[in-house]
Every structure is written in C-alpha cells, then in structure tokens.
Ligand binder design. Structure first.
Ligand SMILES: Nc1ncnc2c1ncn2[C@@H]1O[C@H](COP(=O)(O)OP(=O)(O)OP(=O)(O)O)[C@@H](O)[C@H]1O
Ligand SMILES: [Mg+2]
Length: 299
C-alpha cells in the first residue's frame, strides 16, 4: 500500500502539465489564432492564466489565451466591451458551431468536445480554451469586463511573479498545493464550485500560505482550509492592483454557501488526519480520495 506522503506526491505530480498536454495546448492556440486572424488584426497571442503559472488543475478546462489586438482594432476600446466579445463569438461560432462556443464575462470559451473519463483523464488533451481579446497598455493589458461594462486592467506577468515568489517562499510546494485545492473546489460532489472564481483560491494562497512549508501535505492543507473558511468573506483585490476585486463574484449567499462547505471540509480533513494517526492508512487514503476526487491515488 502506498504511504500517505507518497500518495500526496503522486497526486501533486498527476496535476503537473506534461509534454503532450503542452503540445496540445499550443496546437489549439495556433488553431484558434488562425481563425481569429481571418477577422481581426492580432499582433500576438500567448497562453496565460493559471495554465502558464502551473496553478491549473486537471482536467485542463478554460485554458486562457490572450489575443493582443493591433491598431486596426483600436476603435473597440471606445466601445462597450460586449462589442469585441460578440465579434470574437461570431467569428468562432462560424468555425466551431454555437454549441461549442460561449460568450463569457471576459472571454469567449471554445469547447473541443474532449471526453473526460471517470478518472478525470482526457488522453492528454485540452477540453476548452478561453479566448481573451486584449489591448497592450504599457506593460499592462486591458481586457473586456462585461460584468462592469468597462475595460479592465490586468497584468499576467505580475501575477506570475507573485506566484513564483510565493512558491519559493514555501519550499517549492505552493503551486502543487494551489492545484490540489482548486481540484477540491471543482469536485462534482459540490455541484456548483463553492469558491468562484478559482483564481480567488490562488489569490488567497498568496497571502495566507506563509511561514514556510511545514513538511506534510495534510497539515498544510488543514491550515489553509481553516484560513479559507475564516477569510472567504473578505474583499480580495487584484494582486497586481489593476483589475476589479477578485472576490466580486461572491455575493452574500455564495459566501454563506462556501462557508458551510468549508466547515464540512475542515471536519473531513480532521477525520482523515485522525485515521492516519490511528495507523489506519488504507482508510486515510480513502478519506483523502473522497475529499479531493479520482486523481488522488489509492495505490
Ligand atoms: N479581477 C481580476 N483583475 C485582474 N486580473 C485578473 C482578475 N481575474 C483574473 N485575472 C487574470 O486573468 C487570468 C485568467 O482568469 P481566470 O479567471 O481564468 O483565472 P485562472 O487563474 O486562469 O484560474 P482557472 O484555473 O480557474 O482558469 C488570471 O490568471 C489573472 O491573471
Ligand atoms: Mg483560467
């Protein structure tokens, strides 16, 4: 039987990007870019968001791609952000069909129809991408925000640097832990994700996971979930100080629901840790698997 520390290591590595997934993501980036090139002047595009920071959990859904628009498209900046999102949407619907394309608050999602199996595997393929129209603004970017009806500043480079600093300050275990907690958040047993957006988990981890890596995943997860429960109701600004608060999608009812689910999570964690302390390794493994989902190994 696998030991608990080894199970966590295996769980962590299962959520790391591998060569084939990265090749597939690049292929999809090129493909979507080619379609958008037919309708827009695009200066460059790049894979970004949690995918580029290695804080995305599996299966790989909603991988973010920024499409940096050129001068010919500047007129969109004076318009409601819905205009560019609708234009992206129309172009992509022509190619992928309306059932595969979704207009979202800040991006247009494209689903590639990849099947996710019961172990959350996709044969190393990306399930969907989010095409984000962006304008360069100095070192920053402006992206549409349909919730506010305004263009929003962002800087993925700053988010990436902050993630790297947090990772290093935490014995290089920070990104792995963020992926695990994001995986818990998307467990289908919750129905809706308790914490939205999942970027909020990463933003909270930037501030809450300090004091150094203590050496065991279960204890670190216990401490982080306790803090998530205590501080989920707070306002969490964009760590780059540019965009709207990352916590602005959680209204009072959503916060209350998240708190209830996090209370249960904290009880589940205590029970799993107790099983291990009693020497019931097999039961502890099962408890963690039920907690996280099928990517947590039993052997
Ligand atoms: N409120 C915000 N202000 C500024 N930038 C933001 C904000 N929300 C998200 N971003 C940036 O846009 C990126 C993509 O947003 P998204 O919601 O997809 O988060 P993510 O980190 O990619 O998480 P997920 O794993 O859920 O895709 C983020 O990684 C972050 O760099
Ligand atoms: Mg994303």
């Amino acid at each position: 039987m696998i030991s608990l520390p080894d199970a966590f290591k295996k769980f962590k590595s299962r959520m790391e990007l591998n060569e084939r997934e990265q090749q597939n993501a690049s292929k999809r980036q090129k493909e979507v870019r080619e379609h958008l090139d037919n309708a827009f002047q695009i200066d460059r595009s790049f894979l970004t968001g949690s995918y580029a920071r290695w804080t995305k959990s599996k299966p790989l859904k909603d991988v973010d791609i920024f499409f940096v628009l050129g001068k010919d498209e500047d007129h969109y900046r004076d318009k409601h952000p819905d205009k560019i999102l609708t234009a992206f949407y129309n172009t992509l619907v022509d190619v992928y069909g309306s059932s595969a394309v979704k207009k979202q608050g800040r991006s247009v999602g494209v689903d590639f129809g990849v099947v996710v199996d019961s172990d959350d595997n996709t044969d190393y393929r990306v399930v969907s991408v989010d095409a984000v129209p962006a304008f360069a603004k100095g070192d920053d970017y402006e992206i549409p925000n349909n919730t506010t009806g305004k263009w929003m500043g962002t800087n993925p480079e700053i988010h990436a640097q902050k993630a790297v600093s947090a990772h290093q300050a935490y014995g290089n275990e920070w990104k792995g832990l963020v992926r695990m907690v994001k995986y818990w958040n998307q467990n289908s047993r919750h129905g809706e994700k308790p914490i939205k957006p999942s970027f909020l988990i990463e933003v909270m981890a930037m501030e809450c996971l300090h004091g150094g890596w203590g050496g065991s995943h279960d204890r670190e997860i216990q401490a982080f979930f306790a803090t998530l429960r205590d501080r989920i109701h707070e306002d969490w600004p964009d760590p780059a100080g540019l965009g709207s608060p990352v916590s602005d999608r959680m209204d009072a009812a959503m916060v209350k629901r998240a708190q209830t689910i996090l209370d249960q999570a904290n009880r589940d964690i205590a029970a799993a840790i107790h099983l291990a302390r009693q020497g019931k390794n097999g039961d502890a493994l099962k408890a963690w698997r039920a907690f996280f989902g099928p990517k947590f190994p039993l052997s």
